[in-house]
Design a protein around this ligand. Structure first.
Ligand SMILES: Nc1ncnc2c1ncn2[C@@H]1O[C@H](COP(=O)(O)OP(=O)(O)O)[C@@H](O)[C@H]1O
Ligand SMILES: [Mg+2]
Length: 414
């Protein structure tokens, strides 16, 4: 694979989506291919329940993306969802080595690493593993929180604040297996909410306070950002399929419920009385029945209301206040297309709600403008960022060493 090619595979409950992008000399990513394939029951509530089915869906999505792109990929980033994916904060403090009895030492990268490692020292359940560690900030000797590592500053003690995301080990292993069975290596695993947030949210929103809610088929992936860093991450095991299932209560098959949901329903207009009649097939497709839009809007409203209520509950339980979220909630995922969702959500949750679309990448392919692609586009952006950081460190390390050696030599000579 060309080193400037990045791929992301989002194994969702309804669809596997693959995006391939190429970075130009300026580091701007251009989409070269995208593919989508239904998971057909092999992923439930974000968790893989049928390895072969999920691998077939992943292979198809990847092949479709590769056929549009002129590149075959060898590695890909992948996202993980499911209610086992959880985040929590951690804090670690270390003493900074003193220069002498009277002068405190300067903070080094080693201190930063040590404080971060100390913050990670938590007792995890045996079945869990740390998926990602986000660095949230640092404090030295009672300073206010610093976002940049305070390298070179003199301090007695250094505290690192982190946010860890953990996941069920077996779910991670199964996901890796699916990608390997599709003939690819896993270059990194990211929480689905972090991936969607990366492509949908702006740095300004993350700074001031915002929630990303990716409402997919069986899951709603939530990430809250404040002061530019991840403040909360969780997954609610509920999504758009619950609306489709609720609509089936009027004794219609799944495909008709899905059609109604996509084409007719507007959950914000349930109280209107100008009943429009719609004809839908019954189970088995042998006959049709007339239903009113008012009736189905009401069912969808209640069902969507449950998802929105769960989001509100999750935020409250995490201690997140309305005042922490001036930028409101930004929605992504397929269910964000549900007509009337944003206005109903603003009313129920009490803060502004908007639909976001993936960005931060050259959008020459109209396919990836859709909300379902937020996750895979975010994966590509995150893995490109991580690769660039690694490259930077590689480049800067030998240089740093050389500079230090020269400085030492000069000191000896003087
Ligand atoms: N136009 C639409 N209106 C309402 N719901 C939609 C629309 N398009 C897709 N959906 C719903 O979005 C969900 C799939 O979204 P997606 O983000 O692809 O899910 P996942 O990532 O969980 O596979 C399904 O429940 C689907 O019915
Ligand atoms: Mg999705």
């Amino acid at each position: 694979m060309n080193p400037d090619i990045y791929a992301g595979v989002d194994v969702g409950s309804k669809n596997v989506i693959c995006v391939i992008a190429e970075a130009d000399e300026e580091g701007i990513l251009h989409i070269t291919g995208a593919g989508q394939s239904p998971t057909s029951g092999s992923v439930i509530e974000g968790v893989i329940v049928d390895l072969q089915g999920a691998a077939e869906a992943a292979s198809q999505a990847i092949e479709e993306a590769e056929s549009l792109s002129s590149w075959k990929i060898t590695d890909t980033a992948v996202s993980i969802s499911g209610s086992h994916v959880r985040g929590f904060p951690g804090r670690g403090t270390v003493n900074v080595e003193r220069e002498d009895e009277f002068v405190s030492g300067k903070v080094t990268w080693m201190d930063i690493e040590d404080a971060t490692e100390t913050a990670q020292l938590i007792k995890l359940p045996r079945e869990s593993m740390i998926l990602r560690t986000e660095k949230c900030g640092y404090t030295i000797d009672g300073s206010s929180r610093l976002i940049r590592p305070p390298i070179g500053l003199r301090a007695e003690r250094l505290t690192a604040d982190i946010y860890m995301v953990t996941a069920d080990r077996t779910a991670v292993l199964n996901l890796e297996q699916v990608i390997r069975d599709s003939g690819k290596n896993v270059s990194g695993i990211y929480p689905a909410a972090s991936a969607s947030a990366r492509s949908v949210l702006t740095p300004d929103e993350m700074e001031i306070g915002v929630v990303l809610a990716d409402i997919g088929a069986d899951t709603t992936d939530i990430a809250v950002f404040h002061s530019g860093v991840l403040a909360h991450l969780s997954v609610i095991p509920c999504g758009g399929e619950s609306i489709t299932r609720a609509l089936q209560q009027i004794r219609i098959p799944g495909y008709e419920a899905e059609r109604l949901k996509r084409e007719y329903i507007d959950i914000s207009s349930r109280s209107k009385t100008q009943d429009k009649e719609i004809t839908v097939s019954t189970f088995g497709g042998r006959s049709t029945i007339p239903i009113t839009d008012e009736a189905v809007n009401e069912i969808a409203y209640r069902s969507a209301g449950n998802i929105l209520g769960d989001i509100l509950c999750e935020l409250k339980q995490a201690g997140i206040q309305e005042s922490d979220l001036p930028a409101g909630i930004v929605l992504s995922g397929g269910t964000s297309y549900l007509r009337g969702l944003t206005s109903v959500a603003s009313r129920i949750i009490g803060i502004p709600v908007e639909v976001g679309r993936p960005g931060g990448i050259d959008m020459s392919s109209s396919l990836i403008e859709s909300a379902e692609f937020a996750n895979a586009v975010g994966l590509v952006l995150l893995s490109h960022e991580e690769e660039s950081e690694l490259e930077e460190r590689k480049v800067s390390n030998p240089l740093n060493k050389a500079v230090l050696q020269i400085k030492g030599l000069i000191r000896k000579l003087i």
